[in-house]
Write a new protein. Structure first.
Length: 359
């Protein structure tokens, strides 16, 4: 039987229910889509690949992976520096919401496609299984710090953003692949620097990220099964747009929580750049066009967006009248959009031309 979220979420958490972080442009969203379009997707172009992925998902390699072993129960994290703890809890929360958002979308897709598109319905069902485990495991980690999220309540109170199916395919693909790189880069780093491993959840990241990698591969097949998502000029513009949105969000959030990454011994900027470079490179297997992240303008402009974002936050938290806040934030917001536009207009890399040579 497949796990549902109820089975993996602690029923008796002796902790305070945490009020979710304020929703901003950067917080992970909950999505809904055109389920009718999903049911009518023709998969013939990638049927072999999707069936192979389905067989792989049924094997459920991580069935026994998300178990809280001794280390979770015997460890103590009271000694952690307050800033580190705060940054870590925010990291857990953001990751939990993001995993849970995937769970809700996949579960709904699976339900709506039942009997109409059986391959996809089962694939989404199995992906929802994985995301439920991930979200539940993160929520239990939060409970170690006497906090947990009431995911049932969040499901009802959070706003759902409607995305056309095409946008869902681009963005979920990217969030799975960027998720894979985030997890594996942290895992590899901590393997080399075990003294920095301050909480056992990081040890779970190696197998965990394989789930995300498989989900990403399923979305590669889905994307490639729809020629209009990769062989039109519009698809080239959308690909670059979603890559840039995901990378900008990543840069801004990583720098907002730089102290957390530094507590792991990671330099926030280097970590951010590596995640972006790897994700961009991987995307060449699915997207028709990717970004030139090695352009001398690319990263400095992103970094300037991040600095401006921190300044906007600082003004937002200051004690000045709202209108003064707004007027001092406005040029910074305009600056961010200006830089993002300039990055968007940089000469892209034609991934279709690279196809067959990218590994
Ligand atoms: Fe996940
Ligand atoms: Fe995933």
């Amino acid at each position: 039987m497949v796990n549902t979220l109820d089975q993996v979420t602690p029923t008796q958490v002796e902790s305070t229910t945490k009020a979710p972080i304020q929703e901003t442009l950067l917080t992970p969203r909950f999505y809904t889509t055109d389920f009718e379009a999903a049911a009518n997707l023709s998969l013939t172009e990638q049927e072999i690949e999707l069936n192979a992925m389905l067989t792989e998902m049924r094997k459920d390699y991580n069935r026994h992976h998300f178990v809280r072993d001794e280390e979770f129960n015997t460890g103590s994290w009271d000694h952690l520096d307050e800033t580190v703890k705060k940054g870590f809890i925010e990291y857990l929360e953001r990751s939990c919401i993001s995993e849970f958002s995937g769970f809700l979308l996949f579960k709904e897709l699976s339900r709506k496609l039942r009997g109409r598109n059986p391959i996809l319905s089962e694939i989404f069902h199995l992906m929802a299984r994985d995301e439920a485990r991930h979200a539940g495991f993160l929520n239990k980690a939060m409970a170690d710090f006497n906090l947990s999220l009431d995911l049932g309540r969040i499901t009802k109170t959070r706003t759902y953003t409607f995305f056309p199916l095409e946008w869902v395919i681009y963005t979920v693909y990217l969030s799975e692949k960027i998720g894979y790189w985030r997890y594996i880069i942290i895992f590899n780093h901590l393997e080399k620097h075990p003294e920095k491993l301050f909480y056992p959840i990081f040890k779970k990241f190696e197998n965990w990220c394989q789930d995300e990698n498989r989900h990403g591969d399923i979305f590669t097949a889905l994307l490639r099964s729809q020629p209009k998502l990769w062989n039109t000029w519009q698809s080239r513009l959308w690909s670059r747009f979603f890559l840039l949105s995901v990378f900008a969000t990543h840069t801004l959030t990583v720098h907002e929580r730089a102290s957390f990454y530094e507590s792991l011994g990671l330099n926030a900027t280097e970590f951010d750049q590596e995640v972006i470079r790897k994700t961009n490179q991987t995307s060449a297997r699915a997207f028709p066009s990717i970004l030139d992240v090695d352009s001398p303008e690319f990263y400095p402009r992103l970094q300037r967006c991040s600095k401006r974002n921190l300044k906007i936050k600082e003004i937002g938290e200051s004690n000045v009248p709202k209108i003064v806040k707004f007027l001092s934030q406005l040029p910074l917001i305009a600056g961010i959009f200006g830089d993002l536009l300039r990055i968007y207009l940089l000469k892209p890399i034609d991934a279709e031309a690279l196809r067959g040579t990218v590994h």
